[in-house]
Design a protein around this ligand. Structure first.
Ligand code: COA
Length: 323
């Protein structure tokens, strides 16, 4: 039996505390104007002390379960994309499974930094299409503020905390409804690790470390790699990129979003941009933006949506779906 994998619900959660650019001016040598002009960011959300990645993920998951109209026990696969897990182990997915009261099924984390959510839905799609599982909860959740160097103005102004979630479900390919996930394209070039990494870790330093980024070099890689991934995803799905309704990109920099959209001849009003209010929430940014555009009525059932991301690794990828 051929199975297809559709999106049943989406959810998002942002911590209550908002850190504005003006407040950022009191932390590092920066200005609201510089941050907005270079990145498009106006503010970001920061998790409260004791508020963990799993807590953000659980709230986003509850929001998505409610939107899908399903009970937690129907979920048999949980994949969490995160770079900022609660603990070294168990996985944040295992912690979220328990917090949601889900018993049975499988749960694991995926680490592809800002590309994590694209890797995660692609992985979930394969498991569901094969028939091994039937309903997946895919989450992107980050407390990125915990790995920032708050004295490094070139990185700390860019990131924020949050979580987004998507419920994916498998059904017979000839059932009525949307075509669901149509393709994905994932890539990594480990030779480019030095452009964006965290300088600590379990094995190397036994510390958590802080984000290091050569922003302008990452920027130079971004538009070409992301555009080609989107073109490949469209080719695999046999779709003309001109028929895409919505572009839901990873929210790293408004200039990258606009550059990629232009390269694919997408109009600015087709780009779902949440970077101004959310900042870069790494693996959470795509599902958070997707949730916003579904809930405000922009993305409707049957719309063709392109997702893309690039992050540490370097990793990058794209996925095409009919909502
Ligand atoms: N406030 C004020 N000045 C700042 C600053 C800040 N927060 N951060 C850096 N600067 C300064 C730099 O020191 C530099 O000064 P100099 O010219 O005197 O040396 C100047 O601004 C330009 O820095 P540069 O890094 O070249 O700026 P940029 O135009 O490339 O913008 C980024 C910086 C980080 C916004 C941009 O490079 C970017 O978004 N990169 C990609 C990020 C990304 O996609 N990450 C991957 C996904 S997670």
């Amino acid at each position: 039996m051929t199975r297809r994998v559709t999106v049943e619900g989406v959810g998002g959660y942002l911590p209550a505390r908002i850190l504005t650019n003006k407040e950022m001016e009191t932390i590092v040598d920066t200005t609201d104007e510089w941050i907005q002009e270079r990145s498009g960011i106006e503010q970001r959300h920061i998790a409260a002390e004791g508020e963990l990645t799993s807590d953000l993920g659980v709230e986003a998951a509850k929001n998505a379960l409610e939107h899908a109209g399903i009970q937690p026990e129907e979920i048999d696969l949980i994949i969490v994309a995160t770079t900022t897990p609660d603990l070294t182990f168990p996985s944040t997915a295992a912690i979220i499974q328990h917090k949601l009261g889900i018993k049975g099924g499988a749960a694991f984390d995926i680490q592809a930094v800002c590309t994590g959510f694209v890797y995660a839905i692609s992985t979930a799609e394969k498991f569901l299409a094969s028939g091994q599982f039937s309903k997946a909860l895919v989450i992107g959740a980050e407390t990125f503020s915990r790995i920032l160097d708050w004295e490094d103005r070139s990185t700390c102004v860019l990131f924020g905390d949050g979580a987004g979630a998507m419920i994916l479900s498998a059904e017979e390919a000839n059932a009525p409804g949307s075509r669901g996930i149509m393709s994905s394209y994932l890539r990594c070039d480990g030779a480019l690790t030095d452009l964006l990494y965290v300088d600590g870790g379990v094995s190397k330093t036994q510390t958590t470390g802080h984000v290091k980024m050569q922003g302008n070099k990452v920027f130079r890689e971004a538009v070409a790699k992301i555009s080609s991934a989107m073109e490949e995803a469209a080719k695999i799905a046999d779709i003309d990129p001109k028929t895409i309704d919505w572009f839901v990109p990873h929210q790293a920099n408004i200039r990258i979003l606009k550059g990629v959209a232009k390269k694919l001849s997408l109009r600015p009003d087709q780009v779902v941009a949440t970077i101004a209010k959310h900042g870069n929430t790494s693996a959470a940014s795509i599902p958070l933006a997707f949730n916003v555009a579904v809930k405000d009525g922009r993305i409707k059932k049957g719309d063709l949506v392109m997702l893309e991301a690039m992050g540490g690794g370097l990793t990058w990828g794209a996925a095409l779906l009919e909502y």
